[in-house]
Design a protein around this ligand. Structure first.
Ligand SMILES: NC(=O)c1ccc[n+]([C@@H]2O[C@H](COP(=O)([O-])OP(=O)(O)OC[C@H]3O[C@@H](n4cnc5c(N)ncnc54)[C@H](O)[C@@H]3O)[C@@H](O)[C@H]2O)c1
Ligand SMILES: [Zn+2]
Length: 820
């Protein structure tokens, strides 16, 4: 490489790394994996050491990647917060160990090994046992002060009690969002139609930097601590420091260990390679640190990293697979996500058969062609991903993947808004998954609260034409008879491109054999998931012989199936068999294959096909066919459903208003609007000025309200719901005040109360003419101090001079004697 080439490559790498650093630290999103990022950085470091004339202090190789934001106060770190060197290879780890030995001039040292937690670094400063400041890493020298946000994390101690607590010290740790919380947040976001968070790390990072601490509190962040700093701490080794902070009440992950040689470090790395996937948070490697502080000092630092520690990062496992097909999933908001169906490969402890492709751009970026050999990666923390195509293995004449133009669920032409990566199905009213989204919202616990209808059942009712909108739910009562025996068709059926019905292999094999349990068949299939369909069927013959149940008869049926599968030449689908072929094994006497194929094209369940064929069956054949069917609606379920639907009619108006799913009307806004306008008719009649009078209503909301009422279909649904007796007005009791005792007062309650549950106090305050306020501010008349009131709230209240009163005093003010 010439000097000029090196210079321009260094510039290019610098530009790219700065770009990805910005995305990662400021925007909390990523476009490339950590591995790809680390490779760029490694290349830069290599070139800079070969061509030191181009190395500048501003190079990303010399600086910690983050910066500070403008929204917070900043504070300087007393001890710089550095990055860590990292490696993905064992040779480099050995080389690191050699450097340590050389630096110390002996091998008499230990390593302290911990998991590398994938979150956000935080520094907490304590003085006289009190948390005084929480600061982000920022640019390593100074960071954002986010104390209020950090105080909402439950297990961060605000006061330290204990012996020998130094007057001043600093602890560092990693804030993270437990994976479960992350999944929960994303499920809620999906249901609300909000964009999904990319991964738990980015979510944690974004949360720490939020302006509103009350939202931070809801996110359930957590923190693991791994470092103690300060003068005269009185310990010589890191393991002692960790034990010390543990005894002071800091949350320390119990995954650490001490190793007396690099060989033991390798054992630790192997021990955790898969086990870490069971931890409640994402981890991306192992950090090893020289345990003794004097030795650390001897080794020192470079500009960016300590010489006494390094991170070994687990490389995402990668395997080659084949692209079988692409399924286009339609989300509840109409967003299309292409998913690659792959020939099964074993990766990171699981069998992978699918990988997300995100959107059309990703397919273009990869240059995917039909049937391509692809590289699949799974790091445990991420869903499997296609990272590349093996072009040399591409079949001659293979065509590039054509993205779909029409919605696979409803056939509507797809749209793509400018600047958005995803395609959308604009048919919000009758596209089945979108209808499902609406109905699920309607049924939600905080809306109409009908819990006897799970997703599967709703889907079935939509698919089979029983409900198209929420109002249809209230007509089900009249169809209870028809619902009995209805098949829940979701998972076990598929349709081929030309509409032939397929059934999952496990159900087919279960029905085709006698005396073998479905669970045994499932186990068998799991074991052989990596085989192709024909090979599985051959293996199944062996399996039948081994179980020794009705062997002759069972093998006979399967052999006939294999033969017909070859002859009939229907499209092949992994893990599924054509329903006509399976039925042919039972009905061969009565119906020929062509007719079975034809009928199956128009139906979506075995139940429906059998209704169409209307054959006189023997009990034996009937039993076989029953084994094929999916779960059906049973009597108990139906009566539960009917009960839930009937009792939902008494849900109060604000719940009904929320249930309608008017865009931008959340639960709180629905309450406010209901209280203010008292009926849906009044809301519909309201002018934009009248709407804007309501606290929290803005232009966007006004527009969505107008849009909603302008739509004739919505008007029809409202009329129908009214005719079924739902509440479209505030009940008498809700509009009447119990007293005016709290008029003009702004009130907040904090901590646990004796006489009220969370929501009850709000209702109580309002029914006595007061206003309930959700955050501490100067405007409050007083705060009701319950048991265990949060110390940060209390501190803030004291600072603002807001009066705190007891629950008893409050009851007196409200004119309620607590004994009544
Ligand atoms: N994908 C992208 O676009 C992109 C962009 C920028 C950075 N990154 C990734 O982010 C990382 C950037 O490195 P960095 O400078 O933030 O450092 P780093 O994350 O590699 O290492 C330092 C950090 O590790 C954390 N850590 C977790 N567990 C620890 C433990 N037990 N002991 C000590 N520290 C622990 C601390 O927060 C510390 O600040 C790299 O891994 C890089 O791959 C990715
Ligand atoms: Zn659609």
């Amino acid at each position: 490489m010439t000097e000029a080439q090196a210079q321009s490559r260094i510039e290019e790498l610098t530009r790219q790394i700065n770009y990805h650093n910005h995305l990662y630290y400021q925007e909390d999103t990523i476009e490339i994996s950590d591995f790809e990022f680390d490779q760029l950085l490694e290349e830069l470091i290599r070139l800079e050491s070969e061509f030191p004339q181009f190395l500048t202090p501003e190079s990303p190789s010399q600086r910690v990647g983050g910066t500070i934001t403008k929204e917070f106060e900043t504070a300087n770190h007393e001890y710089r917060m550095l990055s860590l060197g990292n490696t993905y290879s064992e040779e480099e780890l050995l080389a690191f160990d050699e450097r340590v030995a050389k630096g110390l001039e002996h091998r008499n040292y230990e390593y302290f090994c911990e998991m590398k937690f994938d979150g956000v670094a935080i520094s907490l400063v304590y003085e006289n046992g009190r948390l005084v400041r929480a600061v982000t890493r920022g640019d390593g020298t100074k960071g954002d002060v986010v104390t209020e946000n950090i105080k909402t994390i439950r297990n961060i101690p605000l006061h330290i009690k204990g012996e020998n607590v130094p007057e001043k010290f600093e602890v560092r740790g990693e804030i993270f969002l437990p994976r479960k919380e992350f999944d929960k947040i994303n499920a809620e976001r999906e249901a609300a139609g909000d964009p999904l968070l990319a991964n738990p790390r980015n979510a944690a990072s974004g949360t720490v930097k939020m302006q509103d601490s009350s939202i931070v509190a809801k996110r359930r962040l957590n923190c693991y601590f791994y470092q103690l700093l300060g003068d005269n701490i009185g310990v010589e080794n890191h393991d002692q420091a960790i034990k010390l902070i543990e005894s002071w009440g800091f949350n320390v992950s119990q995954t650490y260990t001490k190793c007396s040689s690099i060989k033991e470090v390798f054992e630790y790395i192997e021990k955790w390679r898969e086990k870490r996937l069971e931890l409640p948070l994402d981890t991306d490697g192992v950090v090893l640190k020289v345990n003794n502080y004097d030795q650390r000092e001897e080794l020192g630092f470079t500009a960016k990293i300590p010489r006494w520690a390094i991170a070994y990062k687990y490389k995402a496992e990668s395997s080659e697979s084949r692209l079988l097909s692409i399924t286009y999933q339609v989300g509840r908001t109409g967003a299309i996500t292409p998913v690659a169906n792959l020939s099964p490969v074993h990766l990171a402890g699981t069998t992978v058969k699918r990988a997300s492709l995100h959107n059309a751009n990703e397919i273009l970026r990869l240059g995917l062609h039909e049937g391509d050999a692809v590289l699949v990666e799974k790091g445990g923390e991420i869903i499997p991903k296609i990272t590349g195509v093996v072009e040399s293995k591409r079949a001659e004449g293979a065509q590039p993947i054509q993205y779909i133009d029409y919605c696979p669920e409803c056939g509507t032409a797809l749209e793509r808004k400018e600047g958005e990566a995803k395609h959308f199905c604009p048919n919000t009213k009758s596209c089945p998954p979108q209808v499902l989204g609406k109905i699920e919202h309607f049924l939600h616990k905080r809306a109409m609260d009908i819990d006897s209808l799970g997703t599967e059942r709703i889907k079935t009712l939509i698919d089979q034409g029983y409900i198209k909108n929420p109002a249809d739910l209230y007509t089900l009562q009249d169809k209870a008879d028809e619902l009995l025996g209805l098949e829940m068709s979701q998972d076990q059926y598929e349709k081929s491109d030309d509409g032939i019905l397929y059934i999952s292999l496990n159900k087919a094999l279960f029905a085709l054999t006698e005396g073998i349990a479905l669970s045994a068949i499932n186990k068998f299939l799991e074991k052989h998931a990596e085989l192709e369909l024909e090979a599985i069927l051959e293996k199944f013959l062996e399996f039948i012989r081994a179980t020794n149940k009705k062997t002759a008869q069972n093998t006979g049926t399967i052999k006939r199936l294999i033969k017909e599968l070859e002859e009939v030449k229907l499209p092949k689908m992994e893990e599924f068999l054509p329903v006509p072929l399976v039925l042919h094994q039972f009905l061969g006497h009565w119906v020929d294959m062509d007719k079975l194929i034809k009928v199956s094209m128009h139906q979506s369940t075995v139940h429906q096909i059998m209704l169409r064929l209307n054959l006189p069956l023997t009990t034996e054949v009937e039993d076989r066919i029953k084994k094929l069917k999916a779960n059906t609606f049973q009597e108990g379920v139906i009566s539960n459903m009917m009960e839930g639907i009937a009792s939902s009619k008494s849900q109060p108006f604000e719940k009904v208003l929320f249930a309608l799913g008017i865009r931008n009307i959340g639960e709180n806004t629905a309450q406010l609007l209901a209280k203010h306008f008292k009926s849906l008719d009044n809301i519909q009649k309201a002018t934009s000025d009248q709407l804007l009078e309501v606290n929290g209503v803005g232009e966007t909301l006004v527009n969505s309200i107008f849009d909603y009422f302008a739509d004739e279909d919505n008007q029809k649904i409202i009329q129908e719901l009214k005719s079924h007796g739902l509440n479209f007005e505030l009940a008498e009791s809700e509009t009447k005040l119990e007293s005016n005792a709290l008029e003009g007062m702004k009130i907040l309650a904090s901590g646990k109360l004796q006489h009220f549950k969370r929501d009850e106090i709000i209702d109580f305050v309002e029914s006595h003419g007061g206003q309930y306020v959700k955050s501490v501010s100067k405007a409050l008349t007083f705060i009701i101090e319950g048991e265990d009131m949060g110390p940060s709230k209390k501190e803030k209240a004291e600072k603002l001079g807001v009066k705190l009163i007891s629950e008893e005093e409050f009851l007196q003010i409200a004119g309620k004697n607590q004994n009544t």
